[in-house]
Design a protein around this ligand. Structure first.
Ligand SMILES: Cc1cc2nc3c(=O)[nH]c(=O)nc-3n(C[C@H](O)[C@H](O)[C@H](O)COP(=O)(O)OP(=O)(O)OC[C@H]3O[C@@H](n4cnc5c(N)ncnc54)[C@H](O)[C@@H]3O)c2cc1C
Length: 355
């Protein structure tokens, strides 16, 4: 199913027949009840004012106007947290509809053989043709003089080096950028906006090695609905055999806490994910093992998402010639790595136009 239209989603959800009696064929009545007009109106609101035109209505509140069917709610919650890294009871309805109208991220999807690091290595090679790229070289400071970014202090091979530049573009996330440039250099309005607006999302990444595939052949990549925490699962080695030793399989799962605003209690969340795995994928115990369970907390350096949609920051900062790129930066309708690339292209445009 292509997730390209909320009406399609509602129709599909409404048509589901769930055998254990939870949802027995609403027969499209939900979709009819909500009606094209209402969905399109909600769509319109999202498009007009994607950032704060929420009317304080979360997606769950919006859907609750039409149904309290638990299964339908769980389906939408799984879609929202799996793609947008916050829960349906947290995301403003307008953000969901706005995302659906753009769908930049879902237009196409892929898995990089041997991981996204390969994509970055390709980028580094390209950059090196016309310039240079230093890896494993942490930036200690972004140098700011009279409200303008002038360069960075970076550690390379154990030595601190000063690099002068006309523009500084940071992919460390807006909060870290402020830390590196010194919060005294930012006006209070920007810092206030960042405190109020910027909201990261969690993820618990789970990797499972097994002798045979864990997920059914008919659905090797799935959105999982109605569990405690697990929402996403996929047989990676089916797409990228080089990720597993010959004859072995590698599957991944993502679990999400129920509250995306506060740091997770790691051991508790791991336990919930483990219980989900045991209940829904008993094959793991017989033919495999959990190789890794990795919490990506909201307050960590590598959260599940750097920002919920609409809860991100503009690329420009109050410091001249200092820009942010990455998932924490505003690019309405995009999410994840696609959003990151999109913000980089936008900032490249801004810099080219300005120079
Ligand atoms: C478990 C999990 C599953 C995910 N699944 C998906 C998915 O299926 N699809 C998808 O599109 N997205 C997915 N994401 C999200 C994706 O990983 C992020 O969208 C993406 O990594 C964000 O990119 P970014 O460049 O903004 O930040 P990051 O990828 O975090 O990059 C920031 C970089 O800045 C570097 N850095 C930090 N401080 C300094 C410093 N002082 N000096 C120099 N460098 C520094 C860091 O080392 C890092 O390399 C997932 C994330 C997680 C955690």
């Amino acid at each position: 199913m292509k997730l390209n239209n909320p009406l399609t989603l509602i129709e599909v959800a409404a048509d589901l027949e769930i055998s254990h009696g939870k949802l027995v064929r609403l027969g499209g009545s939900l979709a009819r009840e909500i009606g094209k007009k209402k969905v399109l109106k909600a769509f319109g609101r999202g498009v007009e004012d994607p950032l704060w035109g929420t009317g304080n209505l979360t997606f769950r509140d919006w859907l609750m106007q039409y149904t309290n069917n638990e299964v339908v709610h769980k389906i939408f919650d799984a879609i929202i947290v799996g793609v947008l890294a916050c829960r349906s009871w947290e995301l403003p309805a307008s953000q969901f509809f706005y995302y659906m109208t753009r769908l930049g991220s879902l237009a196409d999807a892929g898995v990089a053989p041997r991981g996204n690091i390969q994509l970055i290595k390709g980028l580094v090679e390209t950059v090196k043709k016309n310039g240079d790229a230093w890896l494993s070289s942490p930036v200690r400071r972004i140098k700011v003089k009279k409200g303008t970014a002038r360069g960075i202090t970076v550690v390379r091979e154990g030595r601190e080096i000063e690099v002068e530049s006309r523009v500084v573009i940071s992919d460390t996330g807006p909060r870290k950028t402020v830390e590196l440039a010194g919060s005294d250099n930012f006006d209070p309005k920007y810092l206030r906006e960042m405190r109020v607006r910027l909201r990261a999302g969690h993820a618990m990444l789970i990797l499972v090695g097994s002798d045979r595939p864990v997920l059914p052949e008919s659905a090797p990549f799935m959105l999982i609905v109605g569990t405690r925490r697990l929402v996403v699962g996929g047989e990676l080695a089916i797409l990228c055999p080089e990720l597993a030793p010959p004859g072995k399989h590698l599957s991944y799962y993502c679990g999400y806490p129920l509250n995306s605003l506060v740091p997770m209690e790691e051991e508790w969340e791991k336990l919930q994910c483990r219980r989900d795995l045991e209940e829904h994928f008993p094959g793991i115990r017989e033919h495999g093992e959990i190789l890794r369970m990795e919490p990506h907390d909201v307050d960590s350096d590598f959260p599940g998402a750097r920002a919920w949609p609409g809860f991100d920051m503009p690329p420009e900062t109050p410091i001249r010639n200092l820009y942010n790129v990455g998932e924490g930066v505003r690019a309405p309708g995009w999410s994840g790595t696609n959003k990151t690339a999109q913000t980089a292209m936008e900032v490249a445009d801004i810099v080219c136009r300005a120079s």
